[in-house]
Design a protein around this ligand. Structure first.
Ligand code: CO
Length: 176
């Protein structure tokens, strides 16, 4: 039994706020096997379908320290980050930010302008990368997800008020 073999990967769907699975403590990726590759492929599928540039494990209900990204949206720019650690953050920039788990919500969020990341790729090989602008923002947003931190936690009170109707609609939709 490997780490992901009990998961029905084909049935995974985008998890939206306020689903408590977005707040789960995530486990490290330990098994870089066929089921892990299937999970990664499914995460890219969900991310592209929703029109995003990054997606973390909890956003498909899998509480694992993993995110995928395609910062340029170009074919061949798919990136996989397992067990990521962000370091060397510098500078600050405030930009409009969204999240696939918060459809139709955007808010200005202040993030570091530059950041580096240490992670493992789809084969489990360790690598380091340096990110600026959007890529640095993806590192920070997605590692927030695997620590159970969400866009709403980074929003100002003013942004929460500006988005209150959409947030309420998501809460109502979730409680069914
Ligand atoms: Co997000």
């Amino acid at each position: 039994m490997s780490q992901f073999s009990a998961i029905d990967i084909s049935s995974l769907k985008l998890v939206k706020y306020p689903d408590p699975r977005l707040r789960q403590v995530c486990q490290r990726v330990t098994d870089f096997d066929e089921s892990f590759r299937a999970l990664v492929a499914k995460m890219f599928e969900v991310m592209y379908k929703a029109g995003g540039v990054g997606l973390a494990g909890p956003q498909v209900g899998v509480a694992v320290r993993l995110f995928v990204a395609n910062p340029s949206g170009e074919e061949g720019d798919e990136r996989v980050y397992a067990n990521p650690e962000v370091f060397g953050e510098e500078g600050a920039v405030e930009l409009e930010e969204g999240c696939l788990s918060f459809p139709n919500v955007t808010a200005k969020v202040k993030r570091f302008a530059l950041a580096s990341i240490r992670a493992q790729d789809i084969d489990g090989q360790p690598f380091e990368e340096h990110g600026e602008d959007l890529l640095a923002r993806i590192y920070q947003h997605e590692t927030d997800h695997i620590n159970g931190t969400l866009l709403i936690d980074r929003m100002s009170e003013v942004a929460k008020i500006a988005n209150r109707r959409t947030l309420k609609e998501l809460e109502v939709a979730f409680s069914g």
